[in-house]
Design a protein around this ligand. Structure first.
Ligand code: NAP
Length: 304
């Protein structure tokens, strides 16, 4: 049986560790982290994601600062909300929930976020630092994927009892071949670079890749970040591979499913993420962890 990489369990471990660090800040009479949340419009999925992130932030003892703008908000209104978070000393992490309504240029607005408060790790400066193997704020979903890989190669199995997050060592990927399916700026590219940083040999596959099943069969770790339900089949995966499914796809019956055909792939894998309940909860946990890191970094800069 494969190890099921339970993202809810893993996220709980990360959030508990953040909670302990926030309690230590309070003990030292230091400021707790502040998360600035900007939601434009009333897209139901975005509202649910934001509520989830705010719930995790509150659980960890963060202060939350909310700005809600209507769907017809102008570029200037959204820009001013971002700039106001940038200049607010109490805000350490800024979350601008995507997608924005179609008339707004998300890329241009994301670029306005102070890179030191870029909780999502998507600012071009932070993306560039990632390419250099430097920087502190990395994109949340790729960071969550790396934690799943750590769990996969550890001797900890969530189904066999509870362990604290600090028991999960950083996995060495020397000699491992990682195939990332997808090359987006949000997931595919950064997750590939995080694996490369850990000495893996990385192949980026995409819609123009020839014989994708054959490419995937050479992988020790398959990371699917595509957006095509059940694309990865059992005969695409080598026996004992680790399979990480980033995809979130809604089926006509309303159910969520991933890019991997879980039922047929799981028995061949050594470890696999479910959808839902795999990478998704970890994306939220890493946003919270990034905000804590930004807070600590800003406080230590302020005392220098
Ligand atoms: P994206 O920007 O649409 O990128 C999709 C990538 O998949 C592209 O590089 C595309 O190739 C490639 N692709 C599309 N069809 C393919 C095919 N048939 N064979 C091989 N490659 C194919 O999507 P994204 O933002 O990276 O998101 C990917 C998935 O992850 C989506 O389901 C999204 O909802 C999910 N997601 C989940 C989380 C989470 O927290 N769990 C976070 C972010 C995203 P080309 O470049 O050649 O077009």
């Amino acid at each position: 049986m494969p190890k099921i990489l339970d993202g809810k369990w893993l996220a709980e471990q990360v959030l508990s560790a953040v909670q302990r660090e926030v309690a230590a800040l309070v003990d030292k009479r230091q400021r707790v982290p502040g998360l600035g949340v900007l939601l434009v419009g009333d897209n139901a999925a975005s509202k649910a994601y934001v509520a989830n992130k705010e719930k995790s932030a509150a659980k960890c003892g963060f202060q939350a600062f909310d700005v809600r703008l209507p769907a017809d908000a102008t570029y200037e209104q959204v820009r001013d909300a971002v700039l106001s978070f940038n200049s607010d000393e109490r805000v350490d992490g800024i979350l601008m929930q995507l997608p924005l309504p179609g008339h707004l240029d998300s890329s241009k607005l994301l670029d306005l976020i102070d890179p030191n408060k870029d909780a999502d790790g998507l600012h071009p400066l932070n993306q560039g630092l990632l390419m250099k193997g430097a920087g502190m704020l990395r994109p949340c979903t790729p960071l969550g994927v790396m934690k799943h890989i750590d769990l996969a190669f550890s001797n900890i199995d969530p189904q066999k009892g509870q362990h604290a997050a600090q028991d999960i060592a950083t996995a060495r990927l020397d000699g491992k071949h990682v195939v990332v399916i997808g090359r987006s700026v949000l997931v595919g590219k950064p997750v590939g670079f995080l694996c490369l940083e850990r000495n893996a040999t990385v192949t980026f596959a995409h819609s123009k890749t020839k014989d994708l099943p054959a490419v995937c069969r050479t992988a020790d770790i398959v990371i699917a970040a595509v957006g095509v339900p059940h694309l990865v089949k059992a005969d695409w995966v080598k026996e004992g591979a680790v399979v990480i499914d980033v995809g979130i796809n809604r089926l006509p019956n309303g159910k969520l499913t991933g890019d991997v055909d879980f039922d047929s792939v799981a028995p061949k894998s050594s470890a696999i993420t479910p959808v839902p309940g795999g990478v998704g909860p970890m994306t939220v946990a890493m946003l919270i962890q990034n905000t804590l890191h930004a807070c600590k970094s800003r406080q230590s800069q302020a005392t220098k």
